[in-house]
Design a protein around this ligand. Sequence first.
Ligand code: BES
Ligand code: ZN
Length: 456
Amino acid sequence: MSLEAVLARIDETLPEATDRLFELLRIPSISTDPVYRGHCARAAEWLADELRGLGFDAATRPTPGHPMVVGQSGGQGRHLLFYGHYDVQPVDPLDLWHRDPFDPAIEETPAGRVIRGRGASDDKGQLMTFVEACRAWKHVHGALPGPLTIFFEGEEESGSPSLVPFMQAHREELSAEIALICDTGLFGDGQPAITTMLRGLLGEEITITGPGKDLHSGSYGGAAMNPIRVLTKIIASLHDAEGRITVPGFYDGVTELPEAVRAQWQALAFDHVKFLGDVGLSVPAGEHDRTPLEMLWSRPTCEVNGIWGGYTGAGFKTVLPSKAHAKISFRLVPGQDPQVLRDAFRAHVRTMVPFDCEVAFHEHGTGPASVMDIADPAFEAARAALGTEWGRPAAYIGCGGSIPIAGYFKEVLGMDAMLIGFGKDDDQIHSPNEKYDMTSFHKGIRSWARILDALA
Ligand code: BES
Ligand code: ZN
């Protein structure tokens, strides 16, 4: 009966929960840009305060980058750890937003009410689903669902550089029986899901230098090598006509999907026409002989995330630039080692740089791919709880995105992680006008209450 009381409390206090989320959303905690450092610290303090208010023994913890937040509550039963990240992606291009990204609001849309703002879905709205479930639980039971460790990170969107050293240094404190991560999505339009596969990531930035300074393209063009030409040739070389990545050794260690998983994914009846249609496309761009779900969840990819050089301002300038740059990322799958592939990528690029030009590499974050072992009965218990809340059975799914900590929980702390989230494909995470459905927030909180009840 107490579960019913917790759920009723969640329903009654949804407006206050939304207000609290708005407070967090107003803090522009963009982790990748040093200008926002103070705001990241402020978001961490805000969360530590919230946790203390709920009765956690909580504090922010300094790292060489942005602070972590760790909270502990005691009690009897299974020791759970909950992870979320309070940092967000940059907001550019700002002119494509319909409102200030850090002035959140509830908007009525044809598909229902949404919370609009940077971080609404990734990941502030999601992490607050768990905090709010704890709040309602505490109100009804007089105590938190313990023993429980809360762990919030502020560098997830910038490759989690401080994460592994922090986990290694605080092994005891961060060890629990199982980790819960709320940073993934529902399947399709509202089917609850537990994500069991995540891709890894490797980020590289390259700068090609041609002439020692910018030149007049009439006086030098044709005779002097243009670094943009070199860069675009390198980029064009990264995929072959079949959509496969050409870096030598790239597919070493990559295995085919087990038949059982392939069959299970087939049964999900993913509508790839709608998937691409929703973003204005119709022609799959990846490996020719793969289904879209297989590509997204289980195949490695290479994308250019940014490219710049020369004159890009208003009007026109006949310049032959000295430098050209690109940010390139690879999504990785189990069997691929990020460090080995970094070296392979660099070696491949070097073979394509003319003798009189130079290439410089700058490394960005890496994280391994991860596959969860779902043998722990907590998985089936959580799946049942999700099914009850959403009125549809929960699916085991893959995820094309990366959450570095999922792999590190296993690697560093020997813990399995259960990834449950309520985001939707159209949340526009990392894009202008990010949103989180009000139903995701509300039913997300209710889902955690049910899961905590089932695992307690
Ligand atoms: N929440 C996302 C991961 C995600 C993406 C889940 C898409 C579900 C669907 C996460 O915050 C994220 O964006 N991670 C980055 C990690 C990177 C910067 C190391 C990513 O995947 O690009
Ligand atoms: Zn996220």
